[in-house]
Write a new protein. Structure first.
Length: 198
């Protein structure tokens, strides 16, 4: 029996080859997959809370990949590896490494020159990394956790409120989140800031 996945607005379909990377072969439904991924993510959150990361470690391709592996590595064989397929969201897969490097360079510049507030830097980073869509799956959850790590470890400010909803289910919270991302795509970051702070 295969894995029966249902996708909501803003979610990226996983292709057949990526589905073969599922480590837990007994998973057959979306809710089972969500549950196992959430258990893995909770371990990654605990790991991130126990660790104190320096900016020089966070703002690297290695850390970005390692965090994804910590979040999804118990469920997916390809966790922590940049995708090698085209998706309904994100840039062409062969440009991911270059765009991540640009994002890291931009973020270091924003921080060193205090171009934006700490909240805006964390959320601009979050928006850009989810727009690149580095991985076959889990990009939204990964980008939110990265923003939390940036705001907590680099700026020593409190975490964003989005952890109160996993935003996988298509409820009003997720709709507001998707809408705020669409606004950020147009260059208006304010709705994403408001969403993350409320």
């Amino acid at each position: 029996m295969g894995l029966n996945l249902v996708y909501d607005e803003g979610q990226t379909p996983i292709d057949e080859n990526e589905i073969h990377g599922l480590k837990i072969k007994t998973i057959s439904t979306q809710s089972e997959l969500d549950e196992f991924e959430q258990l893995n993510i909770e371990k990654a959150v605990a790991w991130s809370m126990e660790s104190r990361f320096k900016k020089e470690k966070i703002l690297t391709e290695k850390f970005i990949k390692n965090l994804h592996k910590k979040m999804f590595g118990e469920v997916w064989k390809w966790a922590g590896e940049f995708r090698k397929t085209e998706k309904n969201l994100g840039i062409e897969w062969n440009r991911i490494g270059l765009e991540v490097k640009k994002l890291i360079d931009d973020s270091n510049y924003w921080i060193e020159n205090e171009i934006y507030s700490p909240v805006e830097i964390a959320l601009r980073f979050k928006h850009r990394i989810v727009s690149i869509h580095c991985f076959p799956n889990g990009n939204g959850r990964h980008s939110r956790m990265l923003a939390d790590i940036i705001i907590d470890s680099i700026f020593k400010e409190k975490l964003f409120t989005w952890h109160q909803s996993n935003m996988v289910k298509p409820d009003k919270t997720r709709q507001k989140y998707i809408q705020s991302l669409k606004e950020a795509d147009k260059g208006n970051i304010k709705p994403l800031i408001q969403f993350a702070l409320n």
